[in-house]
Design a protein around this ligand. Sequence first.
Ligand SMILES: Cc1cc2nc3c(=O)[nH]c(=O)nc-3n(C[C@H](O)[C@H](O)[C@H](O)COP(=O)(O)OP(=O)(O)OC[C@H]3O[C@@H](n4cnc5c(N)ncnc54)[C@H](O)[C@@H]3O)c2cc1C
Length: 355
Amino acid sequence: MLGTDYSFDAQADLPGVAFAAMRLIILAQAKAANMTVLEDSDNHLTVETAHGLIGLRPGETSEAAGMVAAKDARWLFVMKNAVLQQMRHLMPEVAEAMRWSDAETQGEFPPNFSFVRVREVVELGPVFLRVTLEGEDLSAHGDDAIHFRLVLPPRDAEPQWPGVAANGSITWPEGPAAPHRPVYTARAVDYNANTILMDVFVHEGGRTTDWAQQLLMGIRARQIVGVIGPSGGGLMQADHVLMASDETGFPAAARILENLPDGATGQVILEAEEGASCDYPIAVPEGLSLIWLSRAKGERLDTATLAALSKHKGAKAWFAGERAQATRVRETAKAAGWEAGDLRVSGFWRAAPAD
Ligand SMILES: Cc1cc2nc3c(=O)[nH]c(=O)nc-3n(C[C@H](O)[C@H](O)[C@H](O)COP(=O)(O)OP(=O)(O)OC[C@H]3O[C@@H](n4cnc5c(N)ncnc54)[C@H](O)[C@@H]3O)c2cc1C
C-alpha cells in the first residue's frame, strides 16, 4: 500500500488524552499487527494499516488528536470507525466526545452502505445458493478487500437501515427491526453490469439461508437489502500457498486461487459434509495439490491443516473455517514459528454453544 494516494483525511481531538501515552498504545498495536510506522516524532505519529493511515497529531483544543487518512470516503469512514472502536474500548467517554473535522451529517446513511436488489437466485450444487446482487456503483468492491456485510432486515418487520452518529460512528437499528449483518464474499464482481455474485452455504437455521431460499421460491418481500463494504482481506500474491477452508470460505478460496500468480505451488484442503460431492465449482491451479475432507467421515479441517503446516514452511497460509478451529490453527502455527505476516487464519463462523 506504500505510495497509495491517501487524499481523504480527517482529525478529531481526543479530550484529556496524553500524546505520549496514546503513542505507546498505537505503537504496540502496530507491532502486534505487523503494520508499518511511517512517521514517529515528538508530535506526529503515522502508521500504515491495510486500508489507510492512522496516527496522532497535535489537537486544536486538546493535547492530542486522532488522525485517519484513506483513498476514498468509504475507507475513511471505515478507518474512523476502527479508531472509535479502539477508543470506546480504552476510554468510552472520549470516543463519545470525538468530532471529526469532516463530520458526516448525523443521521445520513454511512458512506460505505449501499442498497442492492436481488436480481437472481439459483442453486449451485446441493448445498449452495448463488445470489446475484445488483447495485448502482459497485466499483469500490475491488481485489484488495473481497468481503462485505449483508444488511438483511428480519422477515416480518418494516426494514430499518444504519445511520451515522455525531461522533462519526455507525448506528444500527435495535429491537425487532434490527437487521441481520453477516459477512459474505464477493465471489465475482461485474463492474459493467454492477453486479456481485454471492454464494450462500445452505445450513440449518441460517437467516441468510432462509432469505435466499425465500427468493428462490419467488417470495420477493426482501428483494432490496443493504451492503456495507467492501471489507476484510483481499487476493494473495504468493508463489507458495497452503489454503484450507470449509464451505464458508469456498467463494473466497475460489477467487483467490483463480488469481494466484502463474506457477504458484502448494496445497489446498477443502472440507464439506460429504467432501467433493458438494460440487462447489473451484478451480485449483496445476501446481497445487487438492485434498477433500468429509465431515460425515469424521475428517476435520483444523487437524488436516496442522498436519500440513510443517510441509509448507515459508508458504503463505490461508485458513477459513469455524472460529475455535481457526484459533487452534493460528496458535499452533505461531508456536511453531510461523510469522504473523505469513498467516491469514480467520474464523468465518461460530458454532452454537452445545446445550
Ligand atoms: C470474511 C468472511 C467471509 C465469508 N464469506 C462467506 C461466503 O461467501 N459464503 C458463506 O456461506 N458464508 C460466508 N461467511 C460465513 C458467514 O458469515 C457465517 O456462516 C454466518 O454465520 C452466516 O449467517 P447465517 O445468516 O447463515 O446464520 P445465522 O442466522 O447467523 O446463524 C444461525 C445458526 O447457524 C450457525 N451457523 C453459521 N454458519 C454456519 C455454518 N457454516 N455451518 C453450520 N452452522 C452455521 C450459527 O452458529 C447459528 O447457530 C463468511 C464469513 C466471513 C467472516
